[in-house]
Design a protein around this ligand. Structure first.
Ligand SMILES: Nc1ncnc2c1ncn2[C@@H]1O[C@H](COP(=O)(O)OP(=O)(O)OP(=O)(O)O)[C@@H](O)[C@H]1O
Ligand SMILES: [Mg+2]
Length: 263
């Protein structure tokens, strides 16, 4: 599916800037994502990709700019971002290592359950019903990412690729409408990478918009509808995979050559 300009964007990040002291990690980056679109975010190490995600998800409060999600300003507090319908995974996996795969996914559902603390303590009927529904949904999500057989294993016992899949299941547990993936195939073998590509496509088929940061160019260019390129905190260009792959500025940015050397 390609960007459909007649449909209102699901996400509009406007002129996002993130400074750390004298360093400008993200410098006036704007990005629009349409519903059902898969957008790739690429760029050399240190380009500001993860920092940009952190600005979108309330991990950092941008020093300038703002984010509109589904027509409303997006909060810059992580739990409210999740509640608004945006979920993410992390470049450095953040699971609870001593909890089972199922428990990790159930933690991701906490924004969905209504039972208050007191209800939980008293373990009333509403709490028990929500627990049962949460458990069912968590199993469903584990199956969806291909991990239901491992539901009772501790996260730390899972192979690395499965931990990345579990992170995706945990992110989906908040029932988001947009998913941000930070290097989902890092450390995966080619087979696992192909499976992750199919998984991302099936997540999109469920109606989610996706932004994915990745260094694996084959993965990005065969998966994404559109690709945005960050270099030194700035958006160098964005376009279809074909446009971006053949852009000499993108090649130069990756090879570290200057414009003069290119021409
Ligand atoms: N909390 C922070 N304090 C200071 N500098 C930071 C902080 N977070 C990120 N940076 C700096 O911002 C720049 C962008 O980092 P970022 O992690 O966003 O890059 P990236 O594009 O995700 O790189 P990679 O591909 O290696 O993951 C780097 O120079 C980094 O050192
Ligand atoms: Mg990063």
């Amino acid at each position: 599916m390609s960007a459909n300009t007649t449909v209102a964007p699901i996400l509009q990040a406007n002129n996002i800037e993130m400074r750390f002291g004298g360093l400008i990690a993200v410098n006036g980056v704007s990005l629009t994502v349409s519903p059902g679109e898969i957008v790739g975010l690429i760029g050399p190490n240190g380009a500001g990709k993860t920092t940009f995600f952190n600005c979108l998800t309330g991990m950092y409060r941008p020093t300038a700019g703002g984010v509109i999600f589904e027509g409303k300003p997006l909060s810059s507090r992580p739990h409210l971002v999740t509640k608004a319908g945006v979920a993410r995974t992390f470049q450095n996996i953040r699971l609870f290592p001593n909890m089972t795969a199922l428990e990790n996914v159930m933690v991701g559902r906490h924004t969905q359950t209504r039972a208050g603390v007191l209800t939980a303590i008293m373990r009333g009927p509403r709490y028990r019903r929500e627990e049962r529904e949460s458990t069912e949904r968590a199993h469903e999500l584990l199956s969806f990412v291909g991990l239901d057989a491992a539901w009772n294993l501790l996260a730390k016992e899972l192979p690395y690729g499965d931990q990345r899949r579990l992170e995706i299941a945990r992110a989906l547990a908040s029932e988001p409408r947009m998913l941000l993936l930070d290097e989902p195939t890092a450390g995966m073998n080619p087979q696992e990478t192909r499976e992750t590509r199919d998984l991302v496509l099936s997540i999109r088929d469920q109606g989610l918009a996706i932004v994915v940061i990745e260094h694996d160019m084959r993965f990005v260019f065969t998966l994404c509808d559109r690709v945005a390129v960050l270099v030194q905190g700035e958006l160098l260009t964005q376009g279809t995979p074909d446009e971006v792959q053949s852009d000499p500025r993108v090649i130069a940015a990756y090879l570290g050559t200057t414009d003069e050397e290119q021409s």
